[in-house]
Unconditional design. Structure first.
Length: 123
């Protein structure tokens, strides 16, 4: 009987330790993730970066082509890069808009381009 009570108390202690460790781990992840931010890149720097890297770029939209589900943008800083944006709603971007975008650096036909995950238009 005493051994059953001991095992039960041991299991409760382990459960408390596991719950406390999980909560501490979640708090650490929350604070670390809030400090992580994608560094802003210039278009000129993109040739030195690895493909599939997350990047942030600001610039002026120099051309827009809307195919329905995809927008193809040229962003200028003065260098220009193509940006592919897969639309999932009503997005209004016009030539001359100043934008900031987060995305992944890819290569298409030997040229680097950005597949945008998020775009913000500043008016």
């Amino acid at each position: 009987m005493d051994s059953i009570i001991f095992i039960f108390m041991k299991e409760r202690s382990l459960l408390k330790i596991a719950l406390a460790s999980s909560l501490i781990g979640l708090l650490v992840l929350f604070f670390v993730s809030s400090k992580l931010e994608i560094e802003e890149n210039s278009i000129k720097e993109l040739d030195n970066l690895n493909l599939d890297q997350d990047i942030r770029v600001k610039g002026v939209v120099s051309s827009v082509k809307d195919t329905g589900s995809i927008m193809i943008l040229d962003i200028a800083q003065p260098q220009t890069i193509n940006v592919m944006l897969f639309k999932d709603g009503n997005i209004s971007i016009s030539k001359g808009d100043f934008v900031e975008l987060n995305g992944e650096l890819k290569e298409y036909n030997g040229k680097k381009e950005i597949i945008a995950n998020q775009i913000e238009v500043f008016e």
